[in-house]
Write a protein that binds this ligand. Structure first.
Ligand SMILES: Cc1cc2nc3c(=O)[nH]c(=O)nc-3n(C[C@H](O)[C@H](O)[C@H](O)COP(=O)(O)O)c2cc1C
Length: 201
């Protein structure tokens, strides 16, 4: 069974363009292969910013943590276990103010953990997650793909490479606040279908 983790972060919940497209993508994938999909919805804003007490709890040996530190450390632990259990990560990615949603960044701050998802060596950092694939479905009001203003693509490639995932592909749905919206959604859906075929092959 192929395990897919869907990470969503739209402020618009199930109506968000990134969510709608990611759900459609997974429906196509399900028609082609046997997959188990687990979801992590960051749009509910339950993960706050990473703060000092939570980060410090990671550094304390498990058997020396107070009850509060155990609870704080378990937030990141659970997110990492969910990520480790996935074969493919599907990221439904809105662009907000030229970047990734702050809720997604709050997730990143908890899944990039020294000694668990990466380690430092004499040659520099080495990612510890192996054999995974990431598919990013990027929804944007404007047009940025392939230009220096696309602040998300390189960031996401660098982030995932840092934790060991170098197989990262993008499906862009751009110009969604522009008259080209419908044409571009058609194009995004075409790419989604070929991507679904590719990952199910
Ligand atoms: C707070 C906010 C900030 C936005 N900033 C940008 C932006 O910087 N660039 C852009 O192209 N679109 C921007 N948009 C438009 C969104 O990228 C677009 O609505 C996209 O569909 C968002 O994905 P979602 O529908 O899944 O939430 C912004 C939308 C919101 C709500």
């Amino acid at each position: 069974m192929h395990n897919i983790l869907l990470v969503k972060s739209s402020l618009n919940g199930e109506q968000g363009n990134s969510t709608v497209l990611a759900n459609e993508f997974l429906e196509v994938v399900k028609t082609k292969s046997s997959v188990k999909v687990t979801e992590r919805d960051l749009g509910d804003n339950k993960l706050g910013h990473l703060a000092s007490a939570e980060m410090s709890s990671w550094m304390i040996p498990e058997n020396e943590r107070t009850q509060e530190q155990k609870e704080l450390a378990s937030i990141s632990d659970q997110l990492i276990v969910q990520l480790q259990a996935s074969d493919t990560l599907v990221v439904a990615m809105p662009m907000y103010n030229f970047g990734v949603p702050s809720t997604f960044k709050a997730w990143v701050d908890r899944i990039a953990r020294a000694g668990i998802t990466f380690k430092y060596t004499d040659q520099g950092p080495v990612g510890l997650l192996e054999g995974k694939k990431v598919i990013v479905i990027a929804a944007r009001g404007g047009l940025y793909a392939g230009t220096p203003k696309d602040s998300q693509t390189q960031y996401l490639k660098d982030l995932f490479a840092f934790i060991g995932i170098t197989d990262v592909e993008f499906i862009y749905a751009e110009g969604l606040n522009m008259p080209v919206k419908e044409d571009n959604l058609v194009k995004a859906r075409e790419v989604m279908i070929s991507m679904a075929e590719k990952i199910s092959a």
